[in-house]
Write a protein that binds this ligand. Sequence first.
Ligand SMILES: NC(=O)c1ccc[n+]([C@@H]2O[C@H](COP(=O)([O-])OP(=O)(O)OC[C@H]3O[C@@H](n4cnc5c(N)ncnc54)[C@H](OP(=O)(O)O)[C@@H]3O)[C@@H](O)[C@H]2O)c1
Length: 305
Amino acid sequence: MARPVCLVSGSSSGIGAAVVREFAARGHDVVVHYHTGAERAAELAAALERDFGIAPLVLGGDLARSAAAAELVDAAYAHFGRLDVLVSNSGVSSYVADASGRLARFRFHETPLDHLEREFARALELNLKGAYRLVQRGLARMLEQAAAERQRGAEPAHRSILFITSISDIAPDPTRVPYGVSKAGLSHVVLSAALEGGPQNITVNALRPGVVDTPMTRRPSGLRDPLDGHEYTVAEVYALMAAGGAQPIRRIAIPAEIAHAAYCFTQIPYMTGQLIAVDGGFTLASGFANRELFLREGQRRRAQI
Ligand SMILES: NC(=O)c1ccc[n+]([C@@H]2O[C@H](COP(=O)([O-])OP(=O)(O)OC[C@H]3O[C@@H](n4cnc5c(N)ncnc54)[C@H](OP(=O)(O)O)[C@@H]3O)[C@@H](O)[C@H]2O)c1
């Protein structure tokens, strides 16, 4: 029997690369997709071929371009003749640079409007509209397959779409509102796609990672150690915060953990329209559980008196 086929956008790096590996390891044929990382994608495909004896299809494309999503899905479909799992993962963070390319973190009320315009355009075009277009085409292809199965008198097989969104959909960060808005918008897209897919056994959900150690977070944060001046990466900042108690699980995630969750969330035929955090409890941490931090801080201060 032919293997199920899984397409993961943005699988040349970070979370996407781990997701495509997870599906390959679990018996899928896979499509490795890249934007600028053609070489990384080719290396990953070669590794998957070696490790799992499959022949991955490698496709490029800038999903911020409106025709690219349909081209990507159609090329994958033409090659394998089926699409069973679609993971919409490509994304960029906002707030990274100002017009001159320098790191810029503007607070909400200080954000220059031209910066805001640029960052909104970037984040919305790829993270929100790019993902929408990808899933729109993927869902259309899956519906075609379901219709063909019904025509043969069979109940359609379970197929699955997963958006990699973010806890930034609800966790506020005044320095990168466009990113949060793009992910919050996707939460809405998930719900509508789930309504359409459900009757044909196509489930649509969102996996909302917390902070994960990837190239996206392994870049300068703009925050320096007050003692030695070392500039922390974003991942280092959140790893220190987690270790210090900012979330119940005292570390940030590795991509393989997110990938494992992604696989699991696509295997549940009765779960659809869900927006699930895999965040080490980051989004719980502003609750009462944090009283321990305050108590500890109180003890520290008393000890100094
Ligand atoms: N890392 C985290 O802490 C974290 C937390 C929550 C959510 N997320 C989300 O997880 C997803 C993956 O992030 P990551 O951390 O793995 O980041 P990453 O390592 O920077 O990977 C981003 C991926 O998106 C692709 N991409 C970038 N621009 C693109 C474009 N215009 N068209 C098509 N593909 C494009 C990149 O392709 P090339 O490298 O080939 O250019 C790469 O494969 C993103 O949606 C991100 O928002 C990440």
